[in-house]
Write a protein that binds this ligand. Structure first.
Ligand SMILES: [Zn+2]
Length: 200
């Protein structure tokens, strides 16, 4: 079974630093996928390092979840996991039973089959069981939800080994090896005009 955990990585001082590193990794992947690069190279790693430094230094921060909500309205209505368009219902990306919130930012559309197969599993782990990586748009929402949860719970400054066990998401899922870029898509179905950089 493929599981894409990328450990050991770096020695992060806090969960915040680890999440921001992964967010910078996601931005790197976004660029690579947009350019149709088949693997990461020096340019991509330089972009990630630069972004990460800006996040850590406070010069930049991930854009709010509202950006993902705007994007959701523009994407084709389909299952966020398989792209199917039949028997769609609302799924909680971070399951309610694990402590995910019952709010719009945590809603995605899912077909009946994916919804019942995913159940209460962490979405990244569930996809990994199927040999899949989350799409860029899905993973960006997921990471932002994790960041927001950690912020609300006061967990951001904790070292990774002091995080509680009962988190609504798998901490390992915020550390996956996200690539190679030719295995990643922006979204489950082609979505025409990609949003501009300012909307990410
Ligand atoms: Zn589906």
């Amino acid at each position: 079974m493929l599981y894409f955990i990328d450990v050991p990585r770096r020695n992060f001082n806090s969960f915040r630093d680890s999440l921001l590193w992964q967010y910078a990794t996601l931005a790197m992947a976004d660029i690579a996928v947009s350019r149709e690069d088949v693997e990461y190279g020096r340019l991509h790693y330089a972009v990630r390092s630069s972004l990460y430094a800006k996040f850590i230094g406070g010069d930049m921060q991930p854009r709010p979840l509202a950006v993902e909500e705007k994007l959701k309205l523009r994407l084709p209505a389909c299952c966020a996991y398989c792209g199917g368009s039949k028997h769609l219902s609302i799924d909680h990306l971070i399951p309610l039973h694990r402590g995910g919130e019952d709010c719009g930012e945590n809603y995605v559309l899912a077909c009946r089959r994916c919804n019942s197969s995913k159940g209460c599993k962490d979405v990244v782990q569930w996809l990994a069981e199927r040999g899949e990586l989350p799409t860029i748009f899905l993973y960006r929402r997921y990471l932002k939800l994790c960041l927001e949860y950690a912020r609300q719970q006061g967990l951001l400054e904790l070292p990774l080994d002091q995080l509680p066990d009962n988190m609504p998401f798998a901490v390992e899922s915020t550390m996956i090896h996200y690539g190679p870029p030719n295995r990643i898509k922006h979204w489950v179905v082609p979505c025409g005009n990609e949003p501009s950089d300012s909307e990410k």
